[in-house]
Design a protein around this ligand. Structure first.
Ligand SMILES: Cc1ncc(COP(=O)(O)O)c(C=O)c1O
Length: 391
């Protein structure tokens, strides 16, 4: 019913993942399992809404309709049991530009901002690029996934202005539990630290894990946080560029909007508006089927590694389509790991140091692709590492 198994050639479509490998990895012949987008077509209803919009033929300035806000609110209610007021919603071109605007709105140069590491690199690059002081709080890798080092966090919170939470966490795919979020929220309230909660992967939480929006826990936490979401990760619409920021506190919302206006941001493009609304209104069944397909791809990846590459230890994601793999058992430097993957296996993945010092020795594999594409990637990974003593 949903064509996730169909291989679609993305080459020549201005795809970063497929068309930009030469610039990023220095060679053309690598199989791309890196950037976090999917090789699947968007839901039919989204394609149809965009087609109708294109056929109209006139692409003048746009307004963001109330119906989009309504669709977002209904989605949050349905999928995450979270009731929000439509007036809390602000739109942006992406989560990354929105987090940048929030850093600008809610802190001053020199202020300290905490980020749990390893983490999606732009979240800490943004802190540095805004001349704020970056405080990494390293996560601890436990049996099933990452955990917060509470002692380390408590040492850093009293000096901090903001904390950037990646929830679910990229990489590792950790879906923070209600208990962890409550404890984190209590500490942030105690120290007056405002939380930027990047929840772009929330809809990709894999049952039985259940996403709890940080701000949904308590009205005080809602007022003490900004939540960043997007239909782009969920429905594979990154090229349309759209995101939502949920800012319940009115004065914070005003400050955020002022920064956006200072940068000349006022509205979304016509396709982002139409695509986002169609996705939120009609994409539920597609997403359920997607999550099922992703789970099977994750199972396949974990089983393949156990059979063919036992020293590699995948961190099983509770959310996201990213498999974070601990390769430290191979005893290779990152440079050597990179050389083998790119030159011998001809496979492009994300290498761990990109996520901070704690990521060294890991790779991140994007498994959001048709099964034949995944099989090819796994074969290349095995080819790259086959002649290593540890295996
Ligand atoms: C945690 C996280 N935040 C933000 C983004 C990117 O967001 P956007 O494309 O909306 O700027 C990604 C993309 O991979 C991500 O993993």
């Amino acid at each position: 019913m949903f064509p996730f198994d169909r291989v679609i050639d993305r080459r020549g479509t201005l795809s970063v993942k497929w068309d930009d490998v030469h610039r990023v990895f220095g060679r053309e012949d690598v199989w791309p399992m890196w950037v976090a987008d999917m090789d699947f077509p968007a839901p039919k209803e989204v394609q149809e809404a965009l087609r109708q919009r294109v056929e109209h033929g006139v692409f003048g300035y746009t307004v963001i309709p109330d119906s989009l806000k309504e669709a977002v609110c209904q989605w949050l209610e349905r999928r995450h049991d979270w009731t929000i007021d439509p007036s809390w919603l602000v739109f942006a071109h992406g989560v990354v530009p929105a987090v940048a605007a929030a850093i600008e709105a809610f802190s001053e140069p020199g202020d300290r901002i905490i980020v749990f590491s390893p983490v999606y690199r732009p979240l800490f690059d943004l802190v540095r690029r805004h001349d704020r002081t970056l405080l990494f709080s390293p996560l601890r890798l436990e049996e099933d996934n990452y955990a917060i080092d509470w002692d380390d966090l408590e040492r850093k919170l009293p000096d901090a202005k903001l904390l950037i939470l990646c929830h679910p966490h990229n990489p590792g795919g950790k879906s923070w539990t209600k208990e962890e979020l409550e404890r984190l929220g209590e500490l942030c309230l105690k120290h007056g630290v405002f939380v930027l909660s990047d929840e772009i992967h929330a809809d990709l939480t894999l049952p039985p894990a259940k996403h709890t929006p940080f701000a949904s826990l308590h009205p005080e936490l809602a007022a003490q946080s900004a939540t960043f979401r997007a239909p782009t990760k969920t429905f594979n619409l990154a090229g349309l560029q759209a995101a939502e920021v949920i800012l319940p506190d009115e004065s914070r919302r005003r400050a955020f909007r002022l920064v956006q206006q200072r940068h000349g941001f006022f509205t979304l493009n016509a396709f982002a508006i139409v695509g986002a609304e169609a996705a939120y209104r009609h994409g539920g069944p597609w997403l359920d089927a997607l999550l099922d397909y992703l789970r099977q791809n994750i199972d396949m990846t974990v089983a393949y590694l156990a059979e063919h590459l036992p020293p590699l230890r995948p961190v099983r994601p509770q959310a996201t389509y990213l498999v974070w793999i601990d390769c430290r058992g191979l005893g290779l430097s990152e440079a050597e790991l990179k050389r083998r993957l790119l030159e011998t296996g001809k496979l492009a993945v994300e290498f761990g140091s990109k996520f901070g010092q704690e990521g060294v020795g890991f790779i991140r594999l994007n498994i959001a692709c048709p099964r034949p594409t995944l099989e090819e990637g796994l074969r290349r990974l095995a080819t790259a590492l086959r002649y290593i003593d540890a295996i």
